[in-house]
Write a protein that binds this ligand. Structure first.
Ligand code: FAD
Ligand code: UDP
Length: 400
């Protein structure tokens, strides 16, 4: 006891640095604790450190940065996307300009084919899709529009993902391209999904076969992971990988928390679990130079268990004698990848959101924390907006 007393007295006089055991129990301080090193967390960490001069600790339970956009060289040395194909596209000058600070780009326009009735045809459905599938000779946009108008079934109130497609192209094309794919992807019939899901896919009367129409379409030249590493390489940012929030919650005293994981998990699932759809990825390397004509081929046929196959060399332009591909098998269990857009889920999210709004000191950002089916650029935009609000509110120096 005397030795312990002496130690405590010495600590009181000389400061805690003399007492490692006690020091270890002291909380570490930072201005911001960011949970998640995906787009949402990495953009906020970079902005707060570089613009506010804040001290930022970033934790991610995975052993890598980038969240679901993480890419890596596989055993053959081919750059693959560990969590499925990620193609960057945006109409925003601000978002493209912001990311361009951390990467150069490889121009890339995404094209997707769908295997339907034994043929590979363009999806989104365009004039060539119709001509090839039905042996037609529609020569103009007006021809294709008239043909589709003859098939479309009017829907008075377009609410569901079935309504969107059936009202545009009719039931046969809906069944060939959308019903099977959607049932596999979401485990739900399109009639039970919000219209916003299939409304992501346009219908075209011209022969444009690009998947996206955005102003900027490109891949980070050296990959996503390299871009994230550059983003997070700032004075003031400390990165703890393989570390979950719960492991550090008691050890780190943060002025403010940025949380980018699932919102229901943050609140201990107190209103029940929010449904997220997961995927199993099967990565393969084949000893052939190419496997399929485009980066992605979709398989809407319900008898095929996967939804799509991705071949990465089309995305990256990498020269290699072999090729790597990924099959996607949708499933319920596993990492949460997709919030599922439907009314009852949104209602449950709103209850968690009300809780989040009443929780001072924590900002919820990103696809999982705001339960929104967002693309990468939308998450970057959301994170930049959150940064503007945080910067206006509290200068980091006033937080203590
Ligand atoms: P995430 O990338 O999910 O990052 C969240 C991070 O938080 C994760 O790394 C996770 O490990 C970590 N985390 C969660 N909870 C905790 C915790 N408690 N403690 C510590 N860490 C935690 N978008 C496009 O624009 N184009 C595409 O082509 C495209 N393709 C996609 C394909 C697939 C298969 C998927 C699933 C998504 C795709 N997206 C695409 C969407 C894109 O992945 C997301 O918009 C973006 O990655 C979301 O970033 P985020 O930071 O919100 O979330
Ligand atoms: N979809 C479909 N068939 C296709 C392509 C898309 O039914 O060939 C539907 C499906 O419900 C899918 C949604 O449209 O989930 C959105 O497709 P997108 O390619 O944008 O999905 P993501 O890349 O986000 O998985």
């Amino acid at each position: 006891t005397f030795a312990r007393m002496a130690g405590l007295i010495r600590e009181a006089m000389e400061g805690p640095s003399q007492a490692p055991a006690i020091l270890a129990r002291r909380k570490r301080r930072c201005d911001y604790l960011v949970v998640g090193a995906g787009f949402a967390g990495s953009v906020l960490a970079e902005r707060l450190a570089s613009q506010q001069g804040a001290s930022v600790t970033v934790v991610d339970k995975r052993p890598h940065v980038g969240g679901n956009a993480y890419d890596r060289a596989d055993a053959a040395g081919i750059l693959i996307h560990q969590y499925g194909p990620h193609i960057f596209h945006t109409n925003s000058d601000e978002i493209f300009g912001y990311l361009s600070r951390f990467t150069a780009w490889r121009p890339y326009e995404h094209r997707v084919l769908a295997q339907v009735r034994g043929q590979l045809v363009p999806i989104p459905i365009n004039r060539d899709t119709l001509n090839r599938l039905f042996g037609l000779n529609l020569a103009s946009e007006a021809d294709a529009a008239a043909y589709l108008a003859g098939r479309a079934e009017p829907v008075a109130d377009i609410r569901t993902s079935e309504d969107v497609v059936v009202s545009a192209v009719g039931r046969e094309l809906y069944e060939l391209f959308f019903r099977g794919y959607t049932r596999k992807q979401w485990g739900i019939d399109p009639s039970g999904l919000d219209k916003s899901v299939t409304a992501r896919i346009p219908t075209r009367t011209n022969t444009d076969d690009r998947y996206f129409g955005d102003k900027y379409q490109a891949m980070p030249r050296d990959g996503y992971t390299a871009m994230f590493e550059k983003m997070l390489d700032q004075p003031g940012i400390e990165l703890l990988l393989g570390t979950s929030h719960s492991e550090v919650a008691d050890e780190i005293e943060a002025g403010h928390i940025i949380y980018t994981g699932p919102i229901d998990e943050y609140f201990g699932f107190r209103f029940g679990q929010l449904p997220y759809r997961s995927l199993r990825f099967e990565h393969r390397t084949l000893e052939v130079p190419t496997f399929q004509p485009t980066a992605v081929v979709n398989y809407p046929d319900p008898s095929v268990p996967y939804t799509r196959i991705t071949e990465y060399k089309h995305l990256t332009g990498q020269a290699h004698p072999h090729t790597s591909i990924t099959y996607e098998y949708p499933q319920d269990e596993g990492d949460p990848y997709y919030p599922i857009p439907r009314a009852e889920n949104q209602a449950l999210f709103k209850r968690y959101e009300a809780l989040a709004d009443a929780t001072p000191g924590v900002t919820f950002v990103g696809r999982l924390a705001t339960y929104r089916y967002y693309n990468m650029d939308q998450v970057v935009g959301q994170a930049l907006a959150a940064h503007r609000r945080l910067a206006a509110r509290t200068p980091a120096s006033e937080m203590w």
